[in-house]
Design a protein. Structure first.
Length: 383
């Protein structure tokens, strides 16, 4: 185990906000409620449940979630504006998250404002949230492309105005873990607020960057089920939770046995099937075919086990195919009660390889039995 992350880590699941922003994804109200309940049942401690500025219908479903007696803390997303703040205030969420671009590119070319205007917005809106009795968190959109000195000024302004948290967003997924670690360590040394890392996966580094940020002192991590989210998505809940446990011995409170069901629920509601090889929750990630691996697993599971699949309510599956070896074939025949003399093993293996190459799947039990019956006469074992 490497250096432990020395402080409590809170995962903030944003499947219902950034996850739903995935192009083409739209949850019904009932699906949003069910996902919120399932996340809560799984022990997810915090969730970002929606965007109040989308209007009355969204405010209504956000309120239905925040008033449904969840154990999890809830967060509602808003732009850094009084109008959004008023709508967010109607949502009864535990945290109101006020987000503002902090990179010059976005300040100039999206907001069409200047840095001073951003600082003024933060001061005004965060203070207004406080005055309204809300608990404000501040989103630093595009933080990874921001001028570090200006970023700090925004953070200081947010802290002085009463924010409890800043969210460092790698909006375009441009960071690597080394830079993330440096950036968050520097922020950590300059402010006392909670720091949430919000990593996107455009270069496939969202989980790595999230872990690097937690190493460097971030207290919260934005995650989504299956990594759903804008473009290539966010850091997947299942990856961050399992990596924290297995790399650093850090528990997040999430019951990891619920992860596959959560994954299926979100994949179904999002109409985004999970790839078979998606780590932790993919259908095939505990299946083994290669002869050397199967032999090793049969001798002692620790030979080829990253973690016990039972942790996520699953088990190893041994399948036969083009890469099988004798141990795997013997085990499969034994499981089916088919006595397999040594001289028949190479013949059966040959048939299995040909079969798997032709149909590009493992043989079913029936198919294996037929292949088995076919080789016995060749091995001189039946007439
Ligand atoms: C990086 C992120 O994920 S940020 C979250 C993004 N999520 C979404 O956009 C999903 C939900 N969005 C929506 O429903 C709509 O875009 C709404 C309701 C928020 C706004 O809708 P509209 O008023 O029709 O504006 P539209 O979407 O065309 O443009 C966004 C406006 O917000 C402004 N804006 C964008 N981000 C921010 C911000 N963080 N703070 C303040 N203003 C902002 C833009 O400059 C633009 O303003 P302009 O029209 O004066 O130029
Ligand atoms: O809330 C924020 O500030 C982050 C918004 C976001 O989703 C992003 O920047 O990728």
């Amino acid at each position: 185990m490497h250096d432990p992350v020395a402080w409590p880590v809170t995962v903030n699941d944003t499947t219902l906000r950034d996850g739903e922003q995935t192009a083409g994804v739209a949850f019904t109200d009932e699906e949003k409620l069910q996902i919120a309940r399932a996340l809560d049942d799984a022990g997810v401690p915090e969730m970002e449940v929606g965007i109040a500025a989308m209007g009355d219908a969204e405010v209504a479903v956000i309120r239905a979630i925040t008033r449904s007696g969840l154990r999890a803390r809830t967060m509602v997303w808003a732009r850094m504006s009084e109008i959004d703040l008023r709508l967010a205030a109607r949502c009864d969420a535990d945290l109101v998250h006020l987000a503002v671009p902090v990179s010059d590119i976005q300040i100039t070319h999206k907001l069409r404002q200047g840095r001073e205007a951003v600082l003024a917005m933060v001061k005004r809106c965060v203070a207004a949230a406080r005055d309204a009795g809300l608990t404000p968190s501040v989103g630093l959109e595009d933080a990874s492309r921001a001028c570090p000195d200006f970023l700090l000024r925004v953070v200081e302004t947010a802290q002085r105005a009463g924010a409890v948290r800043v969210r460092y967003a790698d909006t375009l997924g441009l960071l690597d873990p080394f830079t993330t670690r440096d950036r968050i360590a520097s922020l950590r040394s300059e402010c006392d607020l909670e720091i949430e890392i919000h990593a996107h996966n455009d270069l496939g580094l969202a989980t790595a960057n999230t872990l690097a940020a937690l190493h460097a002192g971030a207290t919260h991590a934005s995650v989504t089920v299956n990594g759903l989210g804008e473009r290539a998505g966010n850091a997947p809940l299942e990856e961050v939770v399992m990596a924290l446990r297995h790399l650093y011995g850090v528990e997040t409170g999430v019951d990891t046995r619920t992860l596959p069901a959560l994954s299926q629920r979100v994949a179904g509601a999002a109409c985004r099937p999970v790839a078979a090889n998606k780590c932790i929750v993919g259908e095939a990630v505990f299946s083994h075919e290669s002869g050397i691996h199967v032999d090793g697993l049969l001798k002692d599971r620790r030979n080829y086990e990253t973690f016990d699949p039972a942790e996520v309510g699953r088990e190893h599956r041994l399948v036969l195919g083009k890469h099988s070896g004798a141990a795997g074939v013997r085990a499969a025949c034994q499981r089916l009660g088919l006595p397999l003399p040594d001289e028949a093993v190479p013949l059966l293996l040959e048939r299995i390889r040909a079969h798997a190459t032709a149909i590009k799947r493992a043989p079913s039990d029936d198919q294996l039995e037929r292949l088995y019956i076919g080789v016995l006469p060749l091995a001189g074992l039946v007439n």
